[in-house]
Design a protein around this ligand. Structure first.
Ligand SMILES: Cc1cc2nc3c(=O)[nH]c(=O)nc-3n(C[C@H](O)[C@H](O)[C@H](O)COP(=O)(O)OP(=O)(O)OC[C@H]3O[C@@H](n4cnc5c(N)ncnc54)[C@H](O)[C@@H]3O)c2cc1C
Length: 323
């Protein structure tokens, strides 16, 4: 991006623009390179205004809480936009014939949606308590756990594109799959493995908000479920060390963790990164890991599982930037 252009834009905008922003502070792996430009919008209008003002061709990386993201050590040549400070509204939603629900903007943390729903005697969003990302990230990933997925409870979403045009869309507008959401009719560049699971194409479009359709029920029961779910996570996941959740999707009928463990990789370290000895589908940063160490372990797990079982593991985490 041309510096002068950005500075001119900043004059009309109310958010915070930063140069050479270290991404390690914004991703749950606490590793990785620098973003050339980072923007923290002030609110929804400012967010839309900033998108409109970007030069055509400037790569945009929409980012929530970075809980599924690895930025390579060489950094990002583009603009990262953070949603979590700006798109924070959460309220009850009346969905007409569809019933009741919760409206949450893309920057709201998923556990907040789960708690807010329970507080308002609405049930069905408990699983979101276990997902340490934003609503936008959960929509992009179709995040889920314990048998529920984000798009199971979506009534509709609001999106915005680079021109600032907003649209209301429903599930029918997307091909929704396990950890994968693609806008129908969008051209997906064949050389872009990241495209699967994102909302991309010629017309880039991002999530601004979602209305979740939920049933009336017992808030107390819902809070109990949330507590149980979090207990299970603490028992099975290496939550004490920086990680990005499951690195790979589970192949049909099997578990990535089982396959990686069967290859003898539990506890294997490269630099300061390690395949968790608690859960083999997690890679943890033991302090000062480079993104390259983490990626090398990802490649090692992929190679080993392919050699031993003939199974190609698909990545759930998104890897962006220059090596
Ligand atoms: C300890 C731990 C446990 C986890 N457990 C689970 C789990 O049980 N189930 C599960 O599914 N995931 C899990 N995850 C992974 C992660 O939390 C989810 O993928 C989450 O949905 C990512 O949200 P985020 O806001 O952090 O997104 P980010 O990591 O910031 O971004 C992820 C992707 O979403 C895109 N994105 C973000 N915001 C938007 C937007 N507004 N519009 C369009 N695209 C957007 C980004 O461009 C990127 O491609 C876990 C992670 C951790 C660290």
């Amino acid at each position: 991006m041309n510096m002068a252009e950005t500075d001119n834009l900043a004059a009309g905008l109310r958010g915070e623009l930063r140069r050479r922003e270290p991404m390690a502070g914004h991703v749950s792996w606490r590793a990785g390179g620098v973003a050339r430009t980072a923007y923290f919008p002030a609110d929804l209008d400012d967010f839309v205004g900033f998108l409109r003002s970007l030069p055509a061709g400037e790569p945009v990386y929409m980012t929530g809480l970075g809980s599924n993201l690895l930025v390579r050590d060489g950094g990002l040549r583009g603009t990262v936009i953070f949603t979590h400070r700006a798109l924070r509204e959460i309220r009850l939603d009346h969905l007409g014939a569809l019933g009741g629900g919760v409206y949450a903007e893309a920057g709201v943390a998923c556990p907040k949606v789960a708690r807010y729903a329970a507080l308002n005697e609405l049930v069905g969003a408990e699983f979101l308590a276990g997902i340490p990302g934003t609503v936008g990230g959960a929509l992009a990933m179709n995040a889920g756990c314990y048998g529920s997925e984000t798009w199971d409870i979506v009534a509709h979403v609001l999106t915005v594109d680079r021109t600032g045009k907003t649209r209301a869309r429903t599930r029918e507008d997307y091909e929704v799959d396990y950890r994968s959401v693609v806008l129908r009719g969008q051209e997906i560049p064949p050389n872009l493995p990241l495209a699967k699971g994102g909302v991309r194409g010629d017309l880039e479009e991002w999530f601004v908000a979602a209305s979740f359709r939920l049933k009336r029920g017992s808030g107390a029961e819902s809070r109990g479920k949330i507590t149980e779910l979090l207990k299970r996570r603490i028992a099975t996941q290496p939550l004490g060390e920086p990680n990005a959740g499951s690195v790979f999707r589970n192949p049909k009928g099997d578990y990535a963790a089982r396959l990686i463990e069967a290859c003898g990789l539990k506890g294997r370290a490269i630099g300061k990164a390690m395949i968790s000895d608690k859960h083999a589908n997690f890679i943890v940063n033991r302090g000062g890991a480079r993104a390259a160490d983490i990626e090398a372990l990802i490649l090692l797990a992929e190679h080993s599982v392919r050699e031993k079982f003939g199974i190609v593991l698909e990545r759930e985490v998104r890897i962006v930037g220059d090596g």
